[in-house]
Design a protein around this ligand. Structure first.
Ligand SMILES: NC(=O)c1ccc[n+]([C@@H]2O[C@H](COP(=O)([O-])OP(=O)(O)OC[C@H]3O[C@@H](n4cnc5c(N)ncnc54)[C@H](OP(=O)(O)O)[C@@H]3O)[C@@H](O)[C@H]2O)c1
Length: 351
C-alpha cells in the first residue's frame, strides 16, 4: 500500500471573515499535515472544480484554517480500510470544503468516502470528473429526492413539464439532462448565448430570463400546467418569476439559497436544498445546525451508483471547463466567479 507523504499543499481559509474575494489571494498555499486515514480513502487530487459556495464559504462562513474547495477528481493513493476500492482507482467526489481542517478539494490530497465517490469512466478526464460532485449531486438531490420527480428508467404514464431556472448554471446544465433522462418536458431559462447548447443538452424550450414577460411565456408554453421547478438562482426575483409561471394548481420549487419568498403565490411550495446533507454528517452552516441525515445519505449513495451507470453509458455530458492553473489560481478564480464571469463554464485547477 503506497502511503501519501506526510505533508501536502492546500488552500486554507484565513482569519478575517470580512475579507473580500480579492483578499482571498492571501489564502496561503501552505504546508499542512496530511490528515490521518480513518475509514475513508486517500485520493491524490489531479483536478479540482470551483463552485460559488467555495468563495462564499471563504468570505462569509469558514473558520480560520479550514481547507477550501468541494469538488475533486483523482487517483486513490491509499485505500485505507476500504475493500471496495484499490490504489490506482480513478474517482470523483465532493467534500464539504471550507468547513474542516482536514477535508477540502483545493489540496494535493483529500480524504473521500467509498460510498459517496463516483468512479470515473475510462473515457473521462480528471477535469471533466472535477465538474461532477456538487453540481451533478445537487441536481439529482433536488429533482429526485426533494421534488420526488421520477428517476431515469421509471416509466411514467404521461410526461409533464419541469422548469429549470438558469439552465446555463453548473447545476442547471446537469438538471436539464437528468430531467430529460426521466422523460420530462424540460423548460429552461438562460441568456441567449447559451440557448443552442441547452437545447443540445435536452431542453425542449429555452427562454431568456431578461424578457420581462418570461413567466407568462413559460406559462403559455406549458399550457398552464407547470407544477415543478428547480430555481438555480434562488433570489427573491427569480423565485417570483418561477412561481408566477406555475399553472392553475400551483406547484413546488426547489431552491438552492434561502429567498424569503414573501411575494409569491400561496399555492407555491418552496423546498430548500442543501447538498451537504447528502454526506450524512452533522454540520453547521450559516449559523444553523444540521443534524446528520441518514435518509439523505442513503439517497446519495444510491444516486452515486446510478450516476456510475449513466456516466459509463455516456448519458451525461460534463460541463465545459476553463483551466485556472494550480492552487495559486484559486484566488483569481474566486474573484471572477464573484463577479459573475463564469458564464456556462466550470473553473478547474490542478493542485
Ligand atoms: N444549496 C445547495 O446545495 C447548492 C448547491 C450548489 C449550488 N448552490 C448555489 O446555487 C447557485 C448556482 O450554482 P452554480 O454553481 O450552478 O452556478 P454558476 O454555474 O456559477 O451559475 C452561473 C450562471 O448563473 C446565471 N445567472 C447569474 N445571475 C443570474 C440571474 N440574476 N438570473 C438568472 N441567471 C443568472 C448566469 O446565466 P447566463 O449566463 O445564462 O446569464 C451564469 O451563467 C449558487 O448561488 C450556488 O451557491 C447551492
Amino acid at each position: 500500500m503506497a502511503l501519501a507523504p506526510s505533508f501536502m499543499k492546500a488552500v486554507i481559509t484565513t482569519e478575517d471573515h470580512n475579507i473580500k474575494v480579492q483578499e482571498l489571494s492571501n489564502l496561503s498555499v501552505s504546508q499542512i499535515s496530511v490528515p490521518s486515514i480513518e475509514s475513508e480513502r486517500q485520493i491524490l487530487i489531479h483536478s479540482a472544480g470551483i463552485n460559488p459556495t467555495d468563495w462564499k464559504h471563504a468570505k462569509h462562513l469558514s473558520p480560520e484554517g479550514t481547507i477550501s474547495g468541494c469538488d475533486l477528481a483523482g487517483v486513490v493513493e491509499d485505500s485505507g480500510r476500504s475493500k471496495e476500492v484499490k490504489v490506482g482507482d480513478r474517482l470523483a467526489a465532493f467534500v464539504h470544503g471550507g468547513n474542516y481542517k482536514n477535508y477540502g478539494a483545493f489540496a494535493e490530497y483529500a480524504l473521500v468516502e467509498p460510498d459517496t465517490s463516483i468512479r470515473l469512466p475510462e473515457y473521462m478526464s480528471f477535469d471533466q470528473g472535477a465538474t461532477l460532485g456538487i453540481p451533478l449531486g445537487t441536481a439529482a438531490f433536488a429533482l429526485y429526492h426533494k421534488l420526488k420527480l421520477p428517476e431515469p428508467g421509471v416509466v411514467i404514464p404521461r410526461s409533464f413539464p419541469v422548469l429549470i431556472w438558469s439552465g446555463s448554471s453548473a447545476v442547471g446544465q446537469y438538471a436539464i439532462q437528468l430531467a430529460k433522462l426521466s422523460g420530462l418536458s424540460v423548460v429552461t431559462t438562460a441568456s441567449f448565448q447559451h440557448h443552442e447548447r441547452l437545447r443540445s443538452l435536452g431542453a425542449d424550450s429555452v427562454f431568456d430570463y431578461h424578457d420581462p414577460h418570461v413567466s407568462e411565456k413559460i406559462k403559455e408554453a406549458t399550457h398552464n400546467d407547470l407544477a415543478y421547478a428547480l430555481d438555480c438562482v434562488s433570489s427573491e426575483e427569480s423565485l417570483k418569476s418561477v412561481t408566477d409561471a406555475f399553472g392553475e394548481k400551483g406547484g413546488k420549487v426547489a431552491v438552492l439559497l434561502s429567498p424569503e419568498g414573501k411575494d409569491i403565490r400561496k399555492d407555491a411550495e418552496v423546498v430548500p436544498v442543501l447538498v451537504y446533507t447528502c454526506l450524512g454528517k452533522e454540520f453547521t452552516f450559516a449559523g444553523k445546525k444540521y443534524p446528520a441525515s441518514a435518509d439523505d445519505r442513503q439517497f446519495y449513495e444510491r444516486w452515486v451508483k446510478m450516476a456510475n451507470g449513466l456516466l459509463e453509458e455516456k448519458k451525461i455530458v460534463t460541463l465545459p471547463t476553463e483551466d485556472r492553473g494550480g492552487l495559486e489560481g484559486v484566488a483569481s478564480a474566486f474573484k471572477d466567479m464573484e463577479e459573475g464571469k463564469n458564464k456556462g463554464v466550470k473553473y478547474v485547477i490542478h493542485p
